[in-house]
Design a protein around this ligand. Structure first.
Ligand code: PLP
Length: 385
């Protein structure tokens, strides 16, 4: 597969078997836990689902690597399996790393609650402002960890500075690229060492599986694969099949989600009952210039505050008819949630308020419906409060 091909073409054709299995146009599901021995010498090469090397895994690995121009990739049983396994492949007891202060709640908890138990320490930094980073460096600092677009405030971090700082200080740089998807940002092209995804979201796009992905150089991904083989977070072949099928439409879904979310954000920004809208495509966003420079699209997420309290926010949510009140994001259907009640409920009120996340903040994951219909729904729900 040529690196020159457009991502839309790679989504369909990259990684597909050269000789089709049984002439099947769609990749069949290989529902076999083990495979006949054919001379493998290395434990990690034995063909077995947990060793992440069935035909369903291999096709996904090749496709994911092609999408973000990596040498290699790995699918995992969830986004958290990708994140925890990747971090634990390069950090061990006594090590220290830096991470952006406002991360996905599960990652934040992993770093804050689980890692100290095994002797891994982290200092949180504001990855949008490089001024204080050097002071946090220690001789044990190994890595820097960020997200492309933060959740739920939708800021685009200073990704160029993160890569430069990592290179200057001999650190590995990892990025959770879930919110951007490979369509809007390809971290390895910008110098990041590993790109991580919750494939549960945009990559799969149909709200029917939980999966993760790791993309990077052959050397780093092999290290993560061996760790995953021992930790056991392999993706089941049925889920591999669904992820593979979902990924083929990523570009047309994401393009629609990019444009729908901007239309929704612009509508909300003009509404009298809305006091603040977060979306990197809005000129009012403090991340707008950076987003224009770094991203090929602004993503499908919008968050906002209404003129009112938590009860008003909950009333607004229950007035919506098209948006489903559910956590998660990135599917074809539009979802609404209050992060303080869902993705960020693991943080204390103090931690949330330090991160600028008000309890009444509402987050929308915009789907591929007609933008006009979504706006009509939002308008009627705002009118009732
Ligand atoms: N990263 C981000 C940005 C997320 O939003 C999520 C889940 O919501 C995760 C990682 C974790 O992914 P998963 O639920 O697939 O384990």
């Amino acid at each position: 597969m040529s690196d020159q091909q457009k991502i839309d073409t790679k989504l369909i054709h990259a990684g597909e078997p050269k000789v089709r299995y049984g002439d099947a146009v769609s990749m069949p599901i290989f529902q076999s836990s083990t495979f006949e021995y054919s001379g493998q010498k290395d434990y990690h090469d034995i063909k077995y689902i947990r060793l992440n090397n069935t035909p369903n895994h291999i096709v996904l690995h090749k496709k994911l690597a092609a999408l973000e121009n990596g040498e290699d990739a790995l699918v995992t049983s969830s986004g958290m399996a990708a994140i925890s396994t990747a971090l634990l492949s390069f950090l061990s007891s006594g090590d220290h790393f830096l991470a952006h202060e406002s991360l996905y709640g599960g990652t934040h908890d992993l770093i804050n609650k689980d890692f100290p138990e095994i002797g891994i320490e982290c200092d949180f930094i504001d990855a949008a402002d490089s001024s204080g980073w050097s002071e946090k460096l220690r001789s044990e600092t190994k890595l820097i960890y960020v997200e492309t677009i933060t959740n739920p405030l939708l800021n685009v971090l200073d990704l160029k500075a993160v890569v430069n700082f990592a290179k200057e200080n001999n650190l590995l740089s990892f990025i959770d690229n879930t919110f951007a998807s490979p369509l809007n940002y390809r971290p390895l092209e910008h110098g990041f060492d590993l790109s991580l995804h919750s494939a549960t979201k945009y990559l799969n796009g149909h709200t029917d599986i939980v999966a993760g992905a790791v993309i990077g150089s052959e050397e780093l991904v092999t290290k993560v694969r061996h760790k995953l083989n021992h930790f056991g977070g392999a993706l089941d072949p049925n889920a591999c099949f669904l992820m593979h099928r979902g990924m083929k439409t990523l570009s047309i879904r994401m393009e629609r989600q990019n444009s729908n979310s901007l239309a929704v954000a612009k509508f909300l920004e003009t509404h009298e009952k809305v006091c603040k809208v977060n979306h990197p495509g809005l000129e009012s966003s403090t991340s707008h210039t950076r987003a224009q420079e770094l991203l090929d699209g602004y993503g499908g997420m919008v968050s906002f505050e209404i003129n009112g309290n938590i009860d008003d926010a909950d009333k607004f949510i229950s007035n919506l008819t098209l948006f489903i009140n559910a956590p998660s994001l990135g599917g074809v259907e539009s979802l609404v949630t209050r992060p303080a009640q869902s993705s960020h409920s693991g943080m204390s009120i103090e931690e949330r308020s330090a991160a600028g996340i008000k309890d009444e903040l509402i987050r929308l994951s915009i789907g591929i419906e007609a933008a006009e219909d979504l706006i009509v729904d939002l308008e009627q729900a705002l009118e009732i409060i």
